[in-house]
Design a protein around this ligand. Structure first.
Ligand code: GRF
Length: 219
């Protein structure tokens, strides 16, 4: 079986994108990154992808009259690239129900919280305001509602006294870089199935969440 042709959509610096590219640099990894597309032409991630030898495209949403024409251009690019799976990695545009449904169960997103808690933006600020002791990150299949969909992988990350939004974001980001390749591997390997809108992982008999504590020396 060939590797699953995967496109990554970004809007910014692309550190999660880089983690996926690095994982897929191993020929044994079950997904191959065939395309990186940004809706922001100057996004730093585009340069990083190009340096890794991945074909890139900038499709500026502001050049289109509304979401549907923008997504049509996106779709054409994805199909031309042969994409079978999409990873959203800091892609800051909401996608229409039509587009999401076209990629149903073939599109993943990463979000910097333990969903379904703290959907949306400013997650770390809100976590700190609430005084919760753990936060984390989630990789999930994308559904039309924002930051919703069957969860593939989560990592729990502790909030530490003295944290501000930046220190917490940095700690969560380390976990994100570990979770996303792990989730993509599971999905591309065909290990995941969705039953009643929850993900089952083939062969998993114990806990399937990860307590990824970057301070504990795990790698
Ligand atoms: C990450 O925190 C991701 O979870 C969120 O946006 C951020 C993107 O960062 N969706 P990067 O571009 O991957 O560095």
């Amino acid at each position: 079986m060939g590797r699953v042709k995967t496109a990554i959509l970004i809007s910014g610096r692309g550190s999660n994108m880089q983690a996926l590219i690095d994982a897929a640099a191993d020929p044994e990894f079950p997904a191959e990154i065939v395309r990186v597309i940004s809706n922001v032409p100057g996004a730093g991630g585009l340069d990083r992808a190009a340096r890794a030898g991945i074909p890139t495209a900038a499709i500026d949403h502001r050049d289109f009259d509304g979401r549907a024409p923008f997504e049509d251009a996106l779709q054409t690019d994805l199909i031309t690239a042969g994409a079978e799976l999409i990873c959203l990695a800091g892609f800051m545009r909401l996608l229409t129900e039509d587009f999401v449904n076209r990629w149903n169960n073939r599109m993943l997103n990463i979000h910097p919280s333990l969903l379904p808690a703290y959907k949306g933006l400013q997650t770390h600020e809100r976590v700190l305001e609430d005084g919760v002791r753990f936060t984390g990150c989630t990789v999930h299949f994308v559904r039309p509602a924002m930051d919703a969909g069957p969860i593939v992988v989560q990592a729990a990350v502790p909030v530490v006294p003295g944290d501000d939004a930046d220190t917490l974001a940095a700690r969560v980001l380390l976990a994100e870089h570990r979770c996303y390749p792990h989730a993509l591997r599971l999905v591309a390997d065909g290990k995941t199935s969705i039953v009643d809108e929850t993900v089952r992982i083939a062969g998993a008999s114990g806990p399937t969440g990860i307590t990824l504590n970057p301070d504990d020396g795990q790698s």
